[in-house]
Structure formats: structure tokens, C-alpha cells
Design a protein around this ligand. Structure first.
Ligand SMILES: NC(=O)c1ccc[n+]([C@@H]2O[C@H](COP(=O)([O-])OP(=O)(O)OC[C@H]3O[C@@H](n4cnc5c(N)ncnc54)[C@H](OP(=O)(O)O)[C@@H]3O)[C@@H](O)[C@H]2O)c1
Length: 328
């Protein structure tokens, strides 16, 4: 039986999620890759223990994380039952629905039918009575926003989630959704979007600015651009890297196209006394609109290294300019 480290809260920094009462660790752990049924279960356990032992209180899931879809929730549910149950009130567990999950017209997108069925399935896999944050995973232009937000409101009212989040929304849609949720007194507190040195979409689609204005938190997914912004691909493509083990979202072509930029960024990181991944996470955390970086991992050592990013999140103007020039 796992016993949490007594010094788990000594080093981690916690940031307020927008204007809400909720504090999140500056570094959170995402369970999209390496936590499903094709992963090594002992390693999954070790990664969860390492995270929590070092103050990472936030574990992020979605209905479809695997493979197979649902298995990351089931595996985390097993860890909850066998090891983390005594610590439930120290944990922020999130899940989502919005992508293809089961066959037919009711297993995808943003209908009330899909979202309410999906949270029930997720709670069953996780073995939990409630999740802390439930997200709509992506915008659905074909479903009235009122319907999707109404479903989120009902999920909170029925006690199945404490807070609501939106993922992959843009600034305009976020603003409209936020007004509906505010009117219904739903605790919508957080946006989850991709943000990293290479992907500046949230700076251009209004999401970052609107989140700040509305007092909502922002948690940034793929902060390492799935591993590109690390030392993983500096000397070729390792056999145990994401590119080789699951090339659906990151492939050799992209690594080869980005290689020169990776080397140039690595040089800036070296001069700062950081690894590239530490600098990439620090670059996001320098900004106080950001609540947390939601990093993935394939081994416990990566989680420890990601936490070290917090040792230096200050950048000179020269460093920022150089990073911008390289990333363009
Ligand atoms: N809302 C959404 O639509 C959405 C979409 C995507 C992700 N997410 C969330 O965001 C989380 C993170 O996404 P992501 O996995 O793409 O994030 P990421 O942090 O950009 O990439 C994680 C990968 O980077 C490598 N890595 C991590 N730390 C490292 C270190 N210290 N040194 C060297 N390499 C390191 C590992 O690659 P190797 O596996 O090759 O070792 C790891 O699997 C997901 O788990 C999920 O919770 C949400």
C-alpha cells in the first residue's frame, strides 16, 4: 500500500485558478498518453506516486484517453482504489467529453445526451462519486451553446462535478459560454488549451485575453509540444519516444522539420542553466494569466525534471525575443 511522502507540499507552487477559490499546482500531470492498456501498469503507478509525492495534486483525464478509449480512466480508478483513496480530498481529478467515444450519434460532440451519459461512464471507470473538474472537450458549432452549457450545469447540480471547464474554445465562444454559465450560477473556472513556444493559437484567437478579462484560469496542454520541446529528439528519434510508440499525433516528419529550431532553443536553455523542457515550461509559467502547465510523461524522471522548471521562470527581454524569432 502506497504511503504519500510527508514533504509533498514543500516545493510545489500553487496558483489560483482565475478568480475562483481553487488552487492548482503550477505543474499538473496529463494522462493522455502512456496511461492506457498498452502501457506498463507498474510504470503508470510509479508516475502517479512520483507526481503526488512532489506536490502534483492535479491529474487530468478524458473519457477517450487510452488506448483503448476509457482505459486511462480505468487504470487511474484502480490506483485511486488501491492507493490514493485516503488522499481523495487532496486531489483534483478532471475528465472531459467532446470527442468520439462510442458508436452512433450520441457518443461525440456536445449534446446533453452525450455529456450526461459520458460523465456517468467516466465516474464508473474512475470508481469516484464525483470529479473535481468536468470539461466540454471541444467546441461543437452544431449544438446550441445553451444545450451544452445546460448539460454542464446539470452535471454540477447533480453533484457529479464540482467545477466546470471548457477545452479548445476560442475567445468569442468562451465569452458567450461564460455568460450562460454565469447566469446559471455554474462554477466555470478554467480553460484548457494548447499553448507552447511553437503553438501560439491562444494568443491569436482571443482565448488568453478573454480568460484574463473574465477571471478564468488557463491550463496549458501539450506544453512541450508532445516532447518536441525537450531533449528527446536532439540526437535522433529514440525507439521509446512518442513518435515511435504512437505516431498518430507526432511523427518523424514534424520532428525533422522542427529539428533546427529545437537545437537553437536548446542553446538558449543551456545558457539559462536549464534543460529545454524546463525552459519550455518556464516560458509558459512566466505569465500570470496561466494557472498550470499540463505536461505528459512516459517515466517518473520526466515528472521530476518538469517540476524543476519552477526554479527559474524569469526571462530577459533578449531571451524572449530570441525565442520568438526561432519559433516563427
Ligand atoms: N484538452 C485537449 O484537447 C488535450 C489535448 C492534448 C493533451 N491534453 C492534456 O494535456 C496533457 C499533456 O499533453 P502531452 O502529453 O501532449 O504534453 P507534453 O508535455 O507536451 O508532452 C509529453 C511528452 O513529452 C515528453 N516529456 C515530458 N517531460 C519530459 C522531460 N522532462 N524530458 C524529456 N521529455 C519529456 C514525453 O515524451 P515521450 O513519451 O516520448 O517520452 C511525454 O510523453 C495530456 O496528457 C492531456 O491531459 C489535452
Amino acid at each position: 500500500m502506497y504511503l504519500a511522502n510527508d514533504s509533498r507540499y514543500d516545493k510545489m507552487k500553487y496558483r489560483r485558478c482565475g478568480k475562483s477559490g481553487l488552487l492548482l499546482p503550477a505543474v499538473s500531470l496529463g494522462l493522455w498518453h502512456n496511461f492506457g492498456d498498452t502501457a506498463n501498469y507498474a510504470n503508470i503507478e510509479e508516475m502517479c506516486f512520483t507526481a503526488f509525492d512532489n506536490g502534483i495534486t492535479h491529474f487530468d483525464l478524458a473519457n477517450n484517453y487510452g488506448p483503448k478509449a476509457g482505459s486511462a480512466e480505468s487504470n487511474f480508478g484502480k490506483i485511486m482504489k488501491e492507493h490514493f483513496a485516503p488522499y481523495r480530498d487532496e486531489l483534483i481529478i478532471s475528465t472531459k467529453a467532446g470527442y468520439d467515444m462510442w458508436p452512433g450519434p450520441y457518443g461525440d460532440h456536445g449534446s446533453r445526451k452525450y455529456l450526461i451519459a459520458s460523465i456517468d461512464q467516466s465516474l464508473k471507470r474512475l470508481g469516484l462519486e464525483y470529479v473535481d473538474i468536468f470539461y466540454h472537450h471541444r467546441m461543437d458549432p452544431e449544438t446550441p451553446l445553451e444545450e451544452t452549457m445546460g448539460a454542464l450545469a446539470q452535471i454540477v447540480r447533480s453533484g457529479k462535478a464540482l467545477y466546470v471547464g471548457l477545452s479548445n474554445y476560442d475567445g468569442d465562444t468562451l465569452t458567450k459560454a461564460s455568460a450562460i454559465l454565469d447566469e446559471q450560477k455554474v462554477p466555470f473556472i478554467i480553460n484548457q488549451n494548447c499553448y507552447n513556444i511553437f503553438d501560439r493559437t491562444v494568443e491569436n484567437n482571443g482565448l488568453k485575453e478573454c480568460s484574463g478579462k473574465l477571471g478564468k484560469g488557463v491550463i496549458c496542454f501539450s506544453p512541450l509540444a508532445q516532447g518536441l520541446l525537450s531533449d528527446r529528439y536532439i540526437n535522433g528519434i529514440p525507439e521509446d519516444s512518442r513518435v515511435k510508440t504512437d505516431g498518430r499525433f507526432l511523427n518523424e516528419d514534424r520532428v525533422n522539420r522542427m529539428h533546427e529550431k529545437i537545437l537553437a532553443l536548446n542553446e538558449i536553455a543551456r545558457k539559462r542553466g536549464q534543460t529545454l523542457s524546463e525552459m519550455a515550461l518556464a516560458w509558459i509559467l512566466k505569465d500570470n494569466v496561466i494557472t498550470s502547465v499540463l505536461a505528459g510523461a512516459s517515466r517518473p524522471a520526466q515528472i521530476l525534471s518538469n517540476i524543476r522548471a519552477l526554479d527559474n521562470i524569469d526571462f530577459s527581454d533578449e531571451e524572449l525575443d530570441a525565442i520568438d524569432r526561432i519559433s516563427k
